[in-house]
Ligand binder design. Structure first.
Ligand SMILES: Nc1ncnc2c1ncn2[C@@H]1O[C@H](COP(=O)(O)OP(=O)(O)O)[C@@H](O)[C@H]1O
Ligand SMILES: [Mg+2]
Length: 369
């Protein structure tokens, strides 16, 4: 293993945080960094990247152009990413010359659904039953293994429900893996959950840990529509969710914000659906409902600063604005609460264009952890 460059002191105001990826998450990270007096340099292949509009420096480049990535990293005190499909090899390359968080091993595990579920299992945490699928014969066998009904997902590169199909028979499973062009996949048991939730948490360079209250998440067409805090989780479930995030982040020696998506089963059991090694859509409400948002928290963590207080001072409902709905910005601008529009020029169906958050007085203060 080649040498890894470690952060030896906190990045002082005036220093530069590099961000691989220039979507809305990068944009909100850059805004949070600016508030702390830190500069940002964003690296993205898209010349119209939303984060380019609000950062100090930007580079248009591909993640596999390692020479360009190295030049970019050379201008930064520390580098992070806002997108889990940055190749782990790119992160490893940066790590030789510039401190980068989260670490490449954490990224490698979480960008492959099969590796990720195996990792979660190895920690004694629960997931849906799952099986690796590569062939039609394998797909037919996997359906039996998961109980006759499942969701087939490509191991890599899926998001917002892309690269996944519901299957209810061996024939469907076989035709699905064929339609995936035999891309390495997994079949998961279909979970008849009560609802979905997530926990967004941070781990600092000193091993400190801070978790936000877990929201209940409502998806439409596999895309997050709303996050509600508090949701339906009981105090005990909220504590369990935070402890799941703590175990995962400690084991990965993780630095930064991560999110764990959960299925809350009808018997109250929490199953881990997936881990996002980055700030997360279900944590956007923290911008208004917490003194330190998930974006500031991530910047604090990767810059080697102390973590901020994740306590929630209000109840919140965050609603995503998707695709063509952004044309109704005049309506959203009248909604009491906070409106965020991401500066995307093209309104593709289902594309995350913005969100708004409404606050109400705190009803259930939760203990800090
Ligand atoms: N095994 C499953 N059982 C039931 N619903 C599922 C299952 N897997 C995924 N879903 C639904 O699809 C959504 C997206 O799937 P997910 O695995 O989180 O992929 P993505 O990377 O697209 O977010 C989930 O939030 C959930 O609503
Ligand atoms: Mg998901």
């Amino acid at each position: 293993m080649s040498q890894i460059k470690k952060l030896t002191a906190p990045v002082a105001p005036g220093g530069t945080i590099g961000i691989l990826g220039g979507g809305q998450l990068g944009r909100m990270l850059a805004l949070a960094a600016a508030r702390l007096g830190l500069k940002t340099h964003v690296y993205c292949h898209d010349p119209k990247a939303p984060a380019f509009q609000v950062c100090d420096h930007h580079t248009v480049g591909e993640f596999d152009d390692l020479a360009a990535v190295a030049r970019f990293a050379g201008t930064c005190d520390v580098v992070t990413f806002e997108f889990e499909n940055v190749p782990a090899a790119t992160v490893e390359h940066v790590a030789r010359s510039t401190p980068i968080s989260p670490n490449a091993a954490a990224l490698r595990i979480t960008q492959d659904r099969f590796e990720e579920k195996g990792f979660v299992d190895s920690l004694g945490l629960r997931t849906a039953i799952f099986a690796e699928v590569n062939t039609e014969v394998g797909a037919r066998a996997a359906v039996k293994l998961v109980g006759g009904s499942g969701v087939m997902k490509t191991r890599r590169m899926g998001y917002d429900g892309k690269g996944q199909t519901r299957v209810t028979s061996a024939d469907e499973a076989a035709s699905t893996i064929k339609s995936f062009n035999y891309a390495p996949s997994i079949l998961e048991a279909f979970v008849d959950f009560s609802y979905e939730a997530s926990v967004v948490a941070a781990r600092g360079t000193d091993g400190s840990f801070a978790a936000y209250d877990p929201p209940e998440n409502i998806h439409e067409n596999h895309i997050l529509r709303r996050s509600l805090v508090p949701g339906r989780l009981t105090e005990a479930q909220a504590t369990e969710a935070k402890s799941i995030a703590r175990t995962i982040s400690q084991t990965l020696d993780y630095v930064g914000v991560l999110a764990v998506e959960l299925f809350v089963c009808r018997d109250g059991t929490l199953l881990v659906n997936e881990i996002a090694p980055r700030v997360h859509n279900s944590g956007h409400w923290t911008l208004e409902a917490c003194a330190v948002s998930q974006f500031e928290q991530h910047i604090r963590a990767v810059a080697g600063w102390p973590l901020g207080d994740p306590a929630r001072h209000a109840d919140a409902v965050m609603t995503n604005i998707l695709g063509e709905e952004a044309a109704d910005w005049r309506v959203f601008s009248k909604v009491p609460g906070a409106l965020h529009l991401y500066g995307k020029s093209e309104m593709r169906p289902g594309r995350k264009m913005g969100h708004f958050t409404t606050l109400t007085p705190l009803t259930k203060a939760r203990s800090r952890q």
